[in-house]
Design a protein around this ligand. Structure first.
Ligand SMILES: CSCC[C@H](NC(C)=O)C(=O)O
Ligand SMILES: [Zn+2]
Ligand SMILES: [Zn+2]
Length: 429
């Protein structure tokens, strides 16, 4: 005889999956995300769960959805479950399915832009809260869920303004959970810091001349010497990773992202003139453990030396320090939130790898900058890293497992009744 319990569980999980698909089907790709549709959907979810909700617009047309489950002790700092609602654009012709169809294939994989980055996390928070609420759980600390715009374009009109707002002060956040990365192994990954992007353009000038002549101090030669120097440094950093001495997030990465030189002509480029200017751009990622002054000296002395007629300009340069002058790092030792996370993952039968530095930038930096602890965590094990890639997917079973993991974490965090010593690290100063 069919087991009715199993049938009920199947119904429930298919409802959970279908809600995830609904969120994925809202096209919130930059540069013209359908934010209002996403906000309407999230508010309807909040209503069905019984959460308080509000929409805040720090910029016109960019709603931030804030949901609340009030705790029994409002004097304790709250838990902030953070996610962003925007996603990156797609090259649709390179996808196996329409990127906003959330197609479920025969292996249980759900294909959609945002399946990993990070609509999964936003919906998993909601599902975990939905279950905890219906099980009768009562949080001691208040739980907030925040769905913010514009993470993919810097977070200025989203997380940054939120973290600076009066509302943010009022909700008295003690710990932020934000996105991490998928893990191809059975161990989940968790991040306590991230590398700061430095976007650098270097420019060489030099003597122009006939394409047939050999002479010193041409712009191209000057630029190429710099590029060689950058590549040697890149190789030295990469070697540290390849040899296993350092993790990806612990070294300085530098990759050339543009090259600009030569004189365009109707048939391509003028071929017999050595140009007087040449430019290259680099995406540099600086770990909070690196010495930024030393790197800047290297840039000035080796990559863009005046002696070689070179100049440089940062198109953007993110700080590696918080507003108190300390490295942008969330402690892992003697941080109760870290210990609680590890225990909660274990209790839900998950495995957690050792704490890592996120290789790219997330909205966590806006919270860490203000001295708040933030942990990057997206519960996706046994999953290839496909954020920003074609055919981004997440398996249905992994997604459901992630909901259980969050149930365990939220329960532990919201029940933690002591004042964590690192809450409001501001107090330490
Ligand atoms: C600084 S805004 C850009 C943020 C983006 N984040 C990711 C995760 O791709 C990046 O690291 O380039
Ligand atoms: Zn993201
Ligand atoms: Zn992203």
């Amino acid at each position: 005889l069919p087991n009715p319990g199993v049938a009920v569980a199947e119904d429930e999980s298919s409802a959970v999956i279908s809600r995830f698909q609904q969120y994925l089907q809202i096209d919130t790709a930059q540069p013209s995300p359908r934010y209002q549709e996403a906000a309407d959907f999230l508010i309807s979810q909040a209503k069905s769960i019984g959460l308080e909700s509000q929409i805040i617009e720090f910029a016109v047309g960019k709603p931030l959805v804030l949901l609340k489950w009030a705790g029994s002790d409002p004097t304790l700092p709250s838990i902030l479950l953070y996610s962003h609602t925007d996603v990156v654009p797609v090259e649709q012709h390179k996808w196996a399915y329409p990127a906003f169809s959330a197609q479920l294939d025969s292996h249980g994989n759900i294909y959609a832009r945002g399946a990993q980055d990070m609509k999964c996390v936003g919906m998993q928070y909601l599902e975990a809260v939905r279950r905890l609420k219906s099980s009768g759980f009562q949080p001691v600390r208040s739980i907030y869920l925040c769905f913010a715009p514009d993470e993919e374009i810097n977070g200025h009109d989203g997380a940054e303004k939120f973290a600076d707002s009066d509302i943010f002060k009022t909700i008295n956040v003690g710990i932020v959970l934000d996105e991490g990365l998928a893990s191809p192994t059975e161990k989940y990954r968790a991040f306590y810091a991230e590398r700061s992007p430095w976007w650098l353009a270097i420019k060489a000038t030099g003597s122009p001349g006939h394409g047939s002549r050999l002479y010193d101090n041409s712009a191209m030669e000057n630029l190429l010497k710099s590029i060689e120097s950058v590549r040697r440094f890149r190789a030295s950093q990469f070697d540290l990773v390849k040899s296993g001495l350092k993790e990806e997030g612990e070294v300085i990465s530098v990759n050339m992202v543009f090259l600009k030189a030569g004189t365009p002509s109707p048939t391509g480029f003028v071929m017999n003139v050595q140009p007087s200017e040449a430019e290259a751009g680099f995406d540099i990622r600086v770990p909070p453990t690196a010495d930024p002054e030393a790197l800047e000296r290297r840039i000035a002395e080796e990559w863009a030396p005046v002696s070689r007629n070179m100049t440089y300009e940062f198109k953007s340069k993110a700080t590696v320090y918080d507003k108190f002058g300390r490295p942008l790092i969330t402690k892992t030792n003697s941080n109760p939130w870290w210990v609680l996370l590890e225990e909660a993952v274990r209790k839900a039968n998950g495995k957690l790898g050792k704490p890592e530095i996120f290789p790219a930038a997330t909205d966590s930096r806006h919270f860490r900058f203000r001295g708040l602890p933030a942990i990057g965590f997206s519960p996706m094990a046994n999953t290839p890293v496909l954020l920003h890639d074609h055919n981004e997917f997440l398996n249905k079973a992994e997604y459901l497992k992630g909901v259980e993991i969050y149930e365990s974490i939220i329960k532990a965090y919201a029940s933690y009744a002591e004042h964590a010593s690192n809450e409001g690290t501001k107090d330490e100063l």
